[in-house]
Design a protein around this ligand. Structure first.
Ligand code: ADP
Ligand code: ZN
Ligand code: ZN
Length: 732
């Protein structure tokens, strides 16, 4: 080792490359004097070249691996002149994910890095200035044509102005501004002054806000309050205080393209703050700009989906994560991670407070709150005059449904229509019918690439696979027996829409699901139509459940929820409860109390009884007890190794070898399950299987995880096989 070190290049850079290999790669940077960690660098790789991120200088301490033989080390080709240099805190976050989730570091880095282009438009400055007392006193002394004098007079007139407004006054304003700043004649005006005067807080809100503001450094809190209880109001107050003291806030939400209301509300509250939005549906240019603004410290508030958790914020003051229970925070393809858990880690690393908000907290977070690891802040009633909706169950064994609707449901809709009130019908299935089949011979239209039925879409007479996107025309006759009377079984949004049109021909009806929404503007327009009362009946999926406020909706009807009661995943009930509580929360937010009607063949089911009583705690405690008994999360911890290949046997063989490797490690306290094919075996022409490992002790599980994954990389891979490790999987 010592003799090699002597002839190794003196500047040896370790680079993260987007390759499924859990290691950094060594490159000689002697020819690149400006190269430094955090930069985007171009390097030779195999017979081609790659972009990667310079991670750190290689020193004997930083890397246990032996260096490559000096004659095999290649040189860095160059440094990207426009990409921002990523700070050490960003690299620490990536390293945490690579280690905790056991994902290849280069792939994590590639996912967490900003888009590889320069911010296209120069960042509009959001600095604001105001004149100081000395500045105002000195104004008359300045020569009449002085630019500084002109700026000071303008500032005196308007109180404070943005840099852009001041620059518009003179081409020499930028220089003058710096001069006035240096002289102490002007100062930065902080952007925290809220526009609309906020509501006076309720006692619960004040107590929560006080608790949140009393902490110093890292502290995690669970803000637990029913929909409409004023959680957002608490976030806004917290943000107001943070930006007033010159800090940046990170506000994370599960889905942003679908919740323009929150963005509008933040923007309206802080018209002078620099607000940037970041989500995956933005153009790379727009995202790069938001990133630059965040990293340069210009942005006061960064509002974004899970990928925003990676944006560097040098003045970070707090993190707010809304709807913390939402599965969208979990990335289930590519690099598997939970943005919620990463945000917690980041808050701790950067020593700032974090708030997780929800009406139906995940059992994981709830357990932390019960254990005292998170402060548990509760908002117990709806804000203002609004009341919780009245939840009623319709027993479909007594009140038989026709085309999916029971007589009491139809009557309730009729009465709303008569009163000019709005109704939302919730059905969590898009399309017309989930199965198209032949009543004569039993043939059903299946996807040739997946083990799943094709969904009938009546609007354009197509069959679509909701798993791989395959589609085709509806056959005129049964391909098995030639029967021409094919039928759609089951019910989706389109079919319910058709039924309602038949029942209430005069009602103005709107269907909202992934198929009906055409882009963000269209979506916004639809929401506006509902809010303006231009629609009487809305049929929608859970797209509508997320964080919208429709004061005119006084009835929410739930159709076809029973299927989820018996889903195989152990989190199915937790999700259903959260979802129904969310949709129910859409009812009666205005001045009129709302009703929620749930059709079910099991009105005695504890989940429905808890919903009826608005008893999240009771429901959650029972679920927690059951999980404790079974050793399931959050009372146990899981890993899932999945494999897919063109044929099932290849996937099974790999997982069997992996299972033997796990057993051979002889780690105690872990339960290694059998290898099983996935419930939906085939997806997009690949056959899939899985292996679950469970433990009641996280340290035991981690003792297995690292050496096991190291061994997995050494296993010989059959052609076409891919595998993934999923730590704390969202679904097993
Ligand atoms: P959540 O985020 O818990 O769903 P919001 O903060 O959106 O709740 O509040 C729900 C509604 O109540 C909003 O229209 C909000 O403006 C209003 N609101 C919030 N706090 C108060 C308050 N203290 N007094 C009156 N109205 C309030
Ligand atoms: Zn047939
Ligand atoms: Zn398919």
């Amino acid at each position: 080792m010592e003799s090699t070190a002597a002839i190794l290049p003196s500047r040896l850079l370790q680079v993260a490359l987007p390759r499924p290999i859990p290691a950094l790669f060594d490159y000689d940077a002697s020819t690149c004097p400006h190269a430094e960690p955090g930069q985007r660098v171009r390097v030779p790789f195999g017979r081609s070249e790659l972009w990667g991120i310079a991670w750190r200088w290689r020193t004997p301490e930083t890397d246990g691996r032996d260096p490559m033989a000096p004659d095999r080390i290649k040189s860095v080709i160059g440094v990207d002149p426009v990409a921002p240099t990523l700070p050490a805190s960003w690299r620490a976050l990536v390293e945490f994910i690579a280690d905790y989730y056991q994902q290849p570091i280069g792939e994590v880095a590639a996912m967490a890095a900003p888009p590889a282009i320069a911010a296209t438009r120069a960042e509009r400055s959001h600095r604001r200035f105001r004149a100081t007392a000395t500045g105002l006193a000195s104004t008359p002394e300045l020569p009449a044509r002085d630019v500084g004098r002109k700026l000071l007079i303008a500032l005196e007139r308007s109180g404070d102005m943005s840099e852009g407004e001041l620059r518009a006054l003179s081409s020499r304003a930028p220089v003058a501004l710096e001069r006035l700043l240096a002289a102490g004649w002007i100062e930065h005006a902080l952007p925290g002054v809220p526009a609309e005067s906020a509501h006076p807080l309720s006692a619960d809100q004040s107590a929560a806000l006080e608790a949140l503001q009393s902490t110093r450094g890292y502290a995690a809190s669970l803000l637990h309050g029913v929909t409409g209880s004023g959680k957002t109001e608490v976030y806004l107050r917290l943000i107001e205080a943070q930006i007033a003291s010159g800090r940046q806030c990170l506000l994370l939400v599960p889905e942003i393209a679908l919740t323009p209301q929150l963005q509008a509300r933040v923007a309206a509250r802080f018209p002078r703050a620099c607000l940037h939005v970041m989500h995956s549906e933005m153009s790379d240019g727009a995202r790069a700009m938001a990133w630059t603004s965040a990293q340069s410290g210009t942005a006061d508030i960064l509002l974004g989906t899970r990928l925003a958790v990676f944006a560097p914020l040098p003045r970070l003051g707090c993190i707010v994560l809304d709807e913390e229970h939402d599965p969208s925070f979990r990335q289930t393809e590519g690099v598997r991670y939970s943005a919620r858990d990463v945000a917690i880690w980041r808050a701790r690393y950067e020593n700032v407070p974090i708030v997780l908000g929800s009406a139906t907290p995940s059992l994981e977070s709830l357990r932390h709150a019960m254990d005292g690891r998170y402060a548990w802040l509760r908002l117990n009633s709806r804000a203002g005059a609004a009341k919780l909706p009245d939840v009623k169950l319709i027993d479909t064994r007594v009140f038989r449904t026709t085309e999916g609707l029971s007589p009491p449901m139809v009557k309730a809709i009729e009465s709303r229509l008569a009163r000019g009130e709005q109704t939302l019908l919730f059905i969590n299935r898009r399309g017309y019918a989930p199965v198209l089949s032949c009543p004569a011979c039993g043939w059903a239209a299946g996807c040739t690439r997946c083990s799943a039925n094709l969904v009938l879409h009546a609007a354009d007479r197509r069959l679509r696979c909701h798993h791989c996107g395959a589609e085709g025309p509806v056959p005129k006759a049964c391909p098995e027996c030639g029967n021409q009377d094919m039928q759609g079984f089951g019910r989706g949004t389109q079919r319910l829409e058709e039924t309602l049109t038949g029942l209430f021909p005069a009602a103005r009806l709107l269907r909202i699901d992934r198929d009906s929404v055409r882009g963000r503007d269209h979506w916004q327009a639809q929401l506006d139509r509902i809010r303006r009362g231009e629609v009487d009946l809305v049929v929608g999926t859970q797209l509508l459940a997320k964080g919208h406020d429709f004061p005119g909706i006084t009835l929410v009807g739930v159709v076809g929820a029973d299927a989820s009661l018996h889903a195989a995943d152990f989190r199915a009930q937790e999700r259903l409860f959260a979802q129904l509580m969310q949709v129910g929360g859409r009812a009666g937010r205005g001045n009129t109390a709302g009703d929620v009607l749930i059709q079910t063949a099991q009105p005695e089911h504890p989940l429905f009884l808890a919903l009826k009583a608005h008893d999240f705690d009771g429901f959650a405690l029972r679920q927690l007890e059951e999980r404790a008994r079974l050793g399931l999360p959050p009372h146990g911890f899981q890993l899932m190794l999945s494999a897919d290949a063109p044929d099932l046997q290849t996937a099974l063989d790999f997982l069997e070898a992996a299972r033997r490797a796990a057993l051979a490690l002889g780690v105690g306290g872990v339960r290694i399950y059998d290898v099983v094919p996935m419930r939906m075996v085939r997806r997009a022409n690949r056959e899939r299987a899985q292996l679950v490992v469970e433990s009641r002790s996280r340290p035991d599980l981690r003792a297995l995880l690292r050496p096991w994954v190291t061994n997995l990389y050494r296993l010989r891979l059959a052609r076409g096989l891919r595998w993934h490790i999923d730590v704390d999987p969202a679904e097993v």
